[in-house]
Design a protein around this ligand. Sequence first.
Ligand code: BDP
Length: 713
Amino acid sequence: MITALLVLVAFGSSAQSGYDLWLNYRPMEASVRATQFKAMMSHVYFAGSSPQLQAAREELTRAAKGMLKTAIVNTPADQAQLIIGNIDQIAKRGDILKLSKAERPTGDGFIIRSVTNKGRKAVVVTGGTDLGVLYGVFAFLRHVQTNKDLTNLQITEHPKMMHRILDHWDNPNRSVERGYAGFSIWNWHKLPGYTDPRYTDYARANASVGINGSVLNNVNANVIMLTPAYLAKAKALADVFRPYGIKVYLSIKFSSPIELGKLSTADPLDPQVRKWWKDKVDEIYSVIPDFGGFLVKANSEGQPGPQSYGRTHADGANMLGEALAPHHGIVMWRAFVYDNNVPDDRAKQAYSEFKPLDGKFNDNVIVQVKNGAIDFQPREPFHPLFGAMAKTPLMLEVQLTQEYLGFSTHLVYEAPLFKECLDADTYAKGKGATVAKVLEGTYQPGKLTGMAGVANIGTDLNWCGHPFAQANWYSFGRLAWDPGASAEAIADDWLRMTFTNDKRFIDPIKDHMMRSRENTVNYMTPLGLHHIMSADGHYGPGPWTDKMPRADWTAVYYHKADSLGIGFDRTATGSNAVAQYFPEVRDHFADLSTCPDIYLLWFHHLSWNYKMRSGKTLWDELVDHYYKGAAAVQGMQKVWNGMRPYVDATRYNEVKQLMAVQYDEAIRWRNSCVLYFQTFSKKPIGDQYSKPEHDLQYYRSLHYYNVPGLGTN
Ligand code: BDP
């Protein structure tokens, strides 16, 4: 009780808007660790003064001020207790840290080691590059923030992927496509003259989790991004990001040579078009010498592309690759494609278009593939392309912004979703060829590797709209750095850094975070259902959606419910999309005796009476999942209500309110879906469940006006 009161007092005095994210350097309580940390911060030696080391110094200064209420004190090397520099700088002082050649950090990797320096205990933070040092300093601070032992540090880390990139779907008018946290943080109007301090905080947060690239604008790109005026704005951002190791990239519109260059074609094999891109790229590099490259959405959802000229994706990507290659830029070419003709099964299209192009892309092109073959659904089996491109590097694209997961209103920790894809076995090289291994370049050594996350960041004070949505940004960075990391360990770190080290908070809340995605799948799209969100913005339920400009935008196209049953038959008797997987995976999904329940209706159309593993009928099981999902939100609310002693009032109340909305929404999802599917199954909702308050007509009549995220460019 007394502790609780003290904690309340401590939080009461420090306003917590959430703006600090996980770099929330709260005062440390008196402890051995605090004493050790203080000794280190009072004897710091920097072996260099590059912009990256300068950024590291500023971060340490911030941390010392917040956690210890002191400044850091610079000390000569022989008295230092915290020694910071790149490996060459440290090696020059051979007596401090002895490393064999194999032990030395390389590239942007780092080492944190406890050593003895002239008889005194010290810690060395060193990296293969100055950026590696900065990453090491952030990792060291994380160690302190999460209350880990500081006595015998032996940490070595190297990023497993080269390109760890946030994709902003931000438009020049500051609307954000699928953005649920306010406007775009890029204030294009005031750039380049005015650079908002937020840009630096954005860069710090990214660098702290190893993110090293930022695509500034929407994949549905506006050509003005390539005009001199906007390149100057992008340059201003690049200048702010550079010390933090973040390169800027731009999404481009394939028809730019026509719209900006006034050419009559954008045919990638046309010499004038090629010259236009080469000149444009040269111009970009004259403004931003370390520009990262292009992200391209082509021939998808109405965007122009090479196919408009009878050319292939490879022709288009390679033209851009050729222009970027002399400057070491890269092309991220998206495989999220579907054309104007509605296919029998949209899930098959990316594979059908890209598989024949395997091996045809230039070395500086990487194909960016969404985690699943439809579109960032609450749950999808992994995209078959991950096992299919033996000669083409692939980059994973996940969506941090919760377009299909309840926007910034629902608490959904997405790391388990990312992990489900990363850990999936493609069988491309026999058992154990996981998506993560494919992405890390295990089977194509030396080629490009990477992972992209569609950003969930906006002008909201807490950046992401929901205090817990920050965890999706955080975990994305950590998993792009190391796809082998566990979602639970990442949640643990994030909670400690963001809120408190108190186990009475960490344990129950981590548990709920870990279950949150499954809960949402249960009340939205259980058992492999997908794409049944309301058509206007994808927020609430819309299983009845049947009239849209294209059939594959409707819900009925995907769930195929009828009097006999429900589900999309993607086996040989249906669209046979399952054949796009390696035989082991194909058979696993195609065979009802092995297909996991979580993917059942993704691959199979089954009768309402189908006997599930649980012994229930499919109908009863479906109903049960919907009820379980909604009830779990209530369970989460109850636990949160007991957390006030450990959380500041602001964030406590924010989460409490959002959870109440989430619960209402979960009930609405549950009732809408159960009542709608009941019109086909004609079966009762079991007596053990509370009956929906209203009839189906009522739920169908509800309409969300002005849902956010429908930004226009
Ligand atoms: C869909 C979004 C749409 C995006 C598209 C994409 O609804 O706004 O433009 O993905 O990834 O999920 O290109």
